[in-house]
Design a protein. Sequence first.
Length: 142
Amino acid sequence: MKILIINGPNLNMLGIREPDIYGRKTYDDLVEMIKEHCYKVSVEADFKQSNHEGDIVDMIQQAYYDKVDGIVINPGAYTHTSVAILDALKATGIPTVEVHISKVDEREAFRQISYVSYYAKKTITGKGFDGYIEAVDFLVNG
């Protein structure tokens, strides 16, 4: 099984950005943790991160041509603004799980809107880095 893990804007700043919300572990720590888990469950994982909406749309579209079996996406702030990312996910038809490290439903009102959730088979929030592991397992187990 092939899974693409996409992280949106500012996720590259993990460990620096608002550590009281996101913790002190870095983006590299996150990637390493997911890689280790994917190895254990025989999943081929590819990791992408971008601060640019169009790049994320391109990543999703390329996943279709690369025959990716599932997408785990943390769209960051684009969660609340990007119809383009939603449309790209819908266009590919690839099973997708949306992940958020923080409990977005307990934060600012504007964070209550998730365009990606209109397509995602599951949304996982507030479980920190472990949310990504849950997302991988959800895709693996169908």
